[in-house]
Design a protein around this ligand. Sequence first.
Ligand code: KG4
Ligand code: ZN
Length: 342
Amino acid sequence: MDITILGIESSCDDTSAAVIRNTTLLSNVIASQAVHVKYGGVIPELASRAHQQNIIPVVDTALKEAGISVDKLDAIAFTRGPGLLGSLLVGTSFAKGLSVAGNIPLVEVNHLQGHILSHFIDLPDREMPHPDFPFLCLLVSGGHTQIVRVDSPLEMQIIGTTIDDAAGEAFDKCAKVMGLPYPGGPVIDKLAKEGDPNAFAFARPHVKGEFDFSFSGLKTSFLYTLRDEVKRDPDFVEKHKADLCASLQHTIIDILLEKLIKAANTLGIKDIAIGGGVSANSGLRNAVAEAGRRRRWRTFIPELKFTTDNAAMIAISGYYRYCNGMISGLDTAPAARIEEML
Ligand code: KG4
Ligand code: ZN
């Protein structure tokens, strides 16, 4: 029997809705919020308000594009967390309202697990290659950097995590001090293509945890380099932007790859995936593919549209949970922090 799921994502600054039938994506609509660009970061209150404006038209468009009416939905999957509380509240409340109105089961989804399960989405015209279990996923988003061992769509174990900043935060914060717009990752990715990755050397972290990460030292080292150089030459950033971006990106990728390779070796796992917004980074995608060629891994690099936040990944996660009878009650509250979801 076919299972049709509506997915709703509103954890940060993208309002998104998607419809999936079994594992096949029928629609995936994303409204990105331009309002934050000029502030150099997401302003939570503005994000909540924009979600509130976007959510009805986005869900409506996703249902129309999929050719599905509300009464044909088997379940509504929504991002419970982690994310910005006000943003999560909009998606959660909307999902609950639609659930009550249509008498449709609710399914809560962990946003980070959603990023990982995006590797199981099929497109109407083609089946995508899926990793075998267990596989490792390097999960790199704006707020999290983790290595996760995935034993099944419902069983995942975090084996490494950042002890301070996330990789995405390092991109965004360093971009901000260079005067680049938010989000910094895509801009740095573009500028890095013109620069020398070995032009500058930034601090490398020494982290105790075998598979753990740290990015705050790198960020500080980047800030100090800029501060010292700008004292000597006020036009330093303008003149060396491409080299700064290339060197920063190169360092971030090196830190990520070192731990990923170590984890793959130690656990003896050869199916390796990446996911989350930073997995859109062209340098990281190439580096993981190259590392995989050398080590005979099967690498899974998501299509660009499934790297940054989207509801398709929430719908596929909802599909697996629904099939396993994991229905949520109307008393389910959004959870801003990952710790609240365990
Ligand atoms: O997964 P995501 O869309 O949202 C969160 O769950 O946080 O990730 C957003 C992060 C931001 O830090 C953004 O700068 C980064 O992904 N990002 C990139 C690229 N595209 C987005 N970082 C590096 N290179 C990119 N091309
Ligand atoms: Zn995300």
